[in-house]
Unconditional design. Structure first.
Length: 184
């Protein structure tokens, strides 16, 4: 005998593989910021190497802007103009692009480190045991200028790992993980 319950139509779930994006899309989605700034570095390098007339166009613009800015200081204006004559506009723009892209990439590396559980977790990277704080060294303080770090040591007497852990973004204390029974 047939059961009189009506079956509801459920859409078929797609497999995880069919819903995944192609590899280049995943890379673009995750590393878009870094890719764009790497292209800015490449554009800066191109501007340093190329031999186009970008220089003349920008030099005329800079001369007009300098004349407006330095009407009263003729000598200062001449010194700046001589310096700019030796420096091509594409060299200046290329150097600024490289500097801006390098700063942006370093900032992004800092951002990723401070959000990475691998570097912020308060557990020993060797044995997974608990760690305790140690006094920082002078080199640790220098690193902290770029990425805030603290020095820790593994509580496991057999491991005794010592190293740096990155302070996470919010600065909130991270809870200690459950003790690893194999660590003793």
């Amino acid at each position: 005998m047939m059961n009189e319950q009506t079956e509801t139509h459920r859409p078929r779930r797609r497999s995880a593989r069919s819903t995944r994006q192609p590899g280049w899309r995943r890379v673009w989605q995750r590393y878009r910021f870094e890719i764009i700034w790497a292209l800015a570095v490449a554009a800066g390098l191109f501007l340093l190497i190329e031999d186009m007339d970008i220089r003349e166009t920008l030099f005329r613009w800079l001369r007009g802007a300098m004349g407006a800015l330095f009407r009263g200081g003729a000598q200062l204006s001449q010194q700046i103009e001589q310096m700019l004559r030796r420096l091509t506009a594409s060299d200046l723009i290329g150097s600024l692009l490289i500097l801006a892209a390098t700063v942006a990439l370093l900032w992004r590396v800092r951002w990723r480190l401070r959000r990475s559980e691998t570097f912020t977790a308060l557990r020993c990277p060797r044995c997974g045991g608990s760690v305790y704080r140690k006094h920082r060294r002078s080199g640790d303080r220098l690193i902290s200028i770029f990425v805030p770090v603290r020095r820790y040591r593994c509580a496991n007497s057999e491991c005794r790992w010592q190293g740096l852990r990155v302070t996470p973004v919010d600065g909130a204390p991270r809870p200690l993980p459950a003790r690893n029974p194999d660590a003793h």
